[in-house]
Design a protein around this ligand. Structure first.
Ligand code: HEM
Length: 500
């Protein structure tokens, strides 16, 4: 009897293995289609998950690109993935075929943080009417901000002054600037969303920036990929608790702020900020079940704007100051330009940018070199499409390797070095470059790009107008190699900010 049950157990095990192998095979059928891009052989179950270093995807993809070319395929567990590399292929995928490549792959983790059929946010929303409605709303609110009492430029300029005061408090002594810059950038988003700033030493601000820092350090990229490829895993409580822990806490905190703000909303008054404008739309849409303006979506859209707008901009500013202490000659040239165009008597304004080609080139080069979203945000094909002669079937996850464009050897003279001359002509005039793609391209291009550019220019010039930055005496020169988790952050460093 015991032997029999042992036999039966063996047969069941064999049947399960055969079943899983068949399912696995079924998920690989795309690979046999004509002109499907080549790639490394996936192992059953995991696919190529263990062949990619998710702590340094840019390097893994660099090696795979050398083997398989600009467009290659991977398999993440059961999810087919195509990686697109280099300026020509990335432009073709995102811009020429933007109508076919702008969907987002569904992620099992989204449900864990509250996304649902009527609350899709913007970043994660499928390419369809709800995304279009929300994107149009955010773009126009960002553009029209300023109809209220204060323009967004005024908010940023005043925040830059507060940031300079906080730097001055360190009286030239060594400190880590990251947290202060996160707080300043956070206040630009709070001004947009809640029409108010939060003091740097307020407990809410401290908690928010701590959660963001922790989120940046959360090293679970492989687990996330696995969970998104095998959604059943989210049913395991340990997994569900581990993934996106800090993102959920941030959303909860933002929710509290929102509740407080919404109680003071008056539909008969002009909107004070983006939240009021959204609540007005919710009011108008009452009874229309097709509409994406509802209370759940308000929470998610606001959280996404917060997360997307804060981390990216403050990490870029951290890179900017790091690169200034590592390249004092560049810092001096920026300061010379500031002195000539703005002087010390007034604050920088956006109108100054056109007269400051070197500073503009330096900011662009910081973004190119820092390469903070190296793999972009994943896309998905909504129709069969063709890139560089390869067929990519509908429903394929697309990774547009922005790093391969920002560091493309055929585009940049010194792709791996910090070289502001990439954006200057022989006469010292600023030149735009097609390969400058840190905000991605096509219909899904970052919608916060104008705000981010304004923040980078105003914060950077205000800081360099007031201070000279240097590596603290006796400390080793920090490295200029970042760590990639969600975004590429600079290594931890300290600096001295000495008033000029
Ligand atoms: C230096 C700063 C920034 C960088 C480098 C950056 C980069 C990016 C990138 C690479 C994407 C993905 C585009 C794609 O899917 O192809 C993106 C999307 C997005 N960004 Fe940014 N971003 C920055 C700042 C901001 C700011 C300040 C905001 C808002 C206040 C913002 C809001 C968004 C949103 C909502 C999306 C999703 C767009 C969509 O799916 O339609 N970003 N960003």
């Amino acid at each position: 009897m015991g032997l029999l049950s042992g036999d039966a157990l063996f047969s069941v095990a064999v049947a399960v293995v055969i079943f899983l192998l068949l399912v696995d095979l079924m998920h690989r059928r795309q690979r046999w289609a004509a002109r499907y891009p080549q790639g490394p052989i996936p192992v059953p179950g995991l696919g190529n998950l263990l062949q990619v270093d998710f702590r340094n995807p840019a390097y893994s993809f660099y090696k795979l690109r050398r083997r398989f070319g600009d467009v290659f395929s991977l398999q993440f567990a059961w999810t087919p993935v195509v990686v697109v590399n280099g300026l020509a292929a990335v432009r073709e995928a995102l811009v020429t075929h933007g109508e076919d490549t702008s969907d987002r792959p569904p992620t099992a983790t989204s449900e864990l943080i509250g996304f649902g059929p009527r609350s899709q946010g913007i970043i994660r929303a499928p390419y369809g009417p709800a995304w279009r409605e929300q994107r149009r709303f955010s773009v126009s609110t960002l553009r029209n901000f300023g109809l209220g009492k204060k323009s967004l430029e005024q908010w940023v300029t005043e925040e830059a002054s507060c940031l300079c005061d906080a730097f001055a408090n360190h009286a030239g002594q060594p400190f880590r600037p990251n947290a202060l810059m996160s707080k300043a950038v956070c206040n630009v988003i709070t001004s947009l969303i809640y029409a108010r700033r939060i003091e740097y030493d307020d407990s809410v601000m401290i908690r928010l920036t701590e959660l963001l820092e922790n989120g940046l350090k959360e090293d679970n990229a492989l687990l996330l990929q696995l969970v998104n490829s095998v959604p059943l895993l989210t049913r395991i409580p340990w997994v569900a608790a581990k993934v996106l822990r800090s993102q959920r806490s941030i959303i909860a905190l933002i929710h509290d702020l929102l509740t407080e703000h919404s109680t003071a909303w008056d539909p008969d008054q002009p909107p004070r900020d983006l939240t009021d404008a959204f609540l007005n739309e919710v009011h108008k849409a009452k009874g229309n079940s097709e509409n994406s303006f509802n209370d759940e979506n308000l929470r998610l859209v606001i959280s996404e704007l917060f997360l997307a707008g804060m981390v990216t901009t403050s990490v870029t500013l951290s890179w900017a100051l790091l690169l200034m202490i590592l390249h004092p000659d560049v810092q001096c040239r920026v300061q010379r330009e500031i002195d000539e165009v703005i002087g010390q008597g007034r604050r920088p304004e956006m109108a100054d940018q056109a007269l400051m080609p070197f500073t503009n080139a330096v900011i662009h080069e910081v973004q190119r070199f820092a390469d903070i979203v190296p793999m972009g945000v994943p896309h998905m094909t909504s129709r069969d499409t063709e890139v560089q002669g390869f067929c990519i079937p509908k429903g394929t996850k697309l990774i547009t390797n922005l790093s391969s464009v920002l560091k493309d050897e055929t585009v940049w003279e010194k792709p791996l070095q910090f070289h502001p001359e990439h954006f200057l002509d022989s006469e010292g005039r600023f030149v735009k470059r097609e390969g400058f793609m840190p905000f991605s391209a096509g219909p899904r291009i970052c919608l916060g790009e104008p705000l981010a550019r304004m923040e980078l220019f105003l914060f950077f010039t205000c800081l360099l107008q007031r201070f000279s930055f240097s590596v603290p005496e006796g400390q080793p020169r920090p490295s200029d190699r970042g760590t990639v988790l969600f975004v590429a952050s600079p290594p931890p460093y300290q600096l001295c900010a000495v008033a000029r």
